[in-house]
Design a protein around this ligand. Structure first.
Ligand SMILES: [Zn+2]
Length: 254
């Protein structure tokens, strides 16, 4: 049984027919997909999709690129949306920090507010990071310290930081998602080696990050991540799938 902890199935240009995607997921053994919004409109979409497709779990977020674009008033209303809808959601995210955009301090402020909602409700946090990994870990630490120090449902999606940072997050009990491109990345092979099986998940970030560059990605490509985890950890693919499913269930279905 496969699980995709992070995808964007609301993107209609890539996924014009979700009934077909749901059917193919079923045929190819994908049990659940966490469908992550980026801001109000797409958050609204993932909520609507989950009413028709029960296996596409809704996750509502506040993407750093959106934080960058929006005013204080708009961001307050984004946070209000998260608060109002968290009880209907399986997770909060995609949110995080992105050093390729200029205003990291602004991003930190709003990421921290979104993460606090996830921590105070005990809902998993799906976290994006790019070129700001150290700042990200520090920001998560300080937010949780103020809010809910026992919170462990922190999921670092496609984390590219150093193994030193990876090990720090492992000690805290946080989780890492392994993408379908893991087979062509030395970084993800070392990440799999460094993170205990109990703290690993699989993801695709569909429609992005396909195993073959330039193609559209789909949730069933999580089998590529399973293959890589099985290779590195030297266990069977079946065992890997079962263990990853248990992790997924502990986080998203509890
Ligand atoms: Zn994403």
């Amino acid at each position: 049984m496969l699980t995709d902890s992070h995808a964007h199935l609301f993107m209609e240009d890539w996924f014009p027919d979700l009934r077909d995607i749901a059917e193919q997921c079923k045929e190819k053994g994908v049990r659940y997909v966490v469908n992550s919004g980026l801001e109000k409109d797409t958050n609204q979409k993932v909520l609507e999709i989950s009413e028709t497709h029960k296996t596409f779990l809704p996750s509502i977020g506040l993407y750093p690129g959106e934080v960058q674009k929006k005013s204080e008033a708009q961001l307050n209303s984004e946070i209000a949306f998260l608060n109002e809808n968290i009880s209907r959601c399986s997770a909060i995210g995609e949110m995080g920090l992105d050093g390729t955009y200029p205003e990291l301090e602004k991003q930190k402020k709003w990421f921290s507010r979104a993460l606090s909602i996830s921590a105070s409700h005990g809902r998993p946090a799906i976290i994006h990071s790019r070129k700001a990994e150290k700042e990200l870990i520090e920001c998560i630490e300080s937010t949780l310290l103020e809010n809910n120090p026992a919170f462990r449902k922190v999921i670092l999606h496609c984390f590219m930081g150093s193994m030193k940072l990876v090990n720090k997050a492992v000690e805290k009990g946080w989780y890492f998602t392994i993408p379908a491109i893991a087979g062509r990345s030395e970084h993800f092979k070392s990440l799999i080696k460094n993170v205990p099986l109990r703290q690993l998940l699989t993801e695709t970030d569909s429609p992005f990050l396909a195993p073959k560059k330039g193609e559209t990605n789909y949730p069933w490509n999580t089998k590529e991540a399973i293959l890589e985890i099985a290779n590195v950890k030297r266990i069977t693919q079946e065992e890997t799938q079962n263990l990853i499913y248990l992790n997924f269930a502990r986080l998203f279905l509890a």
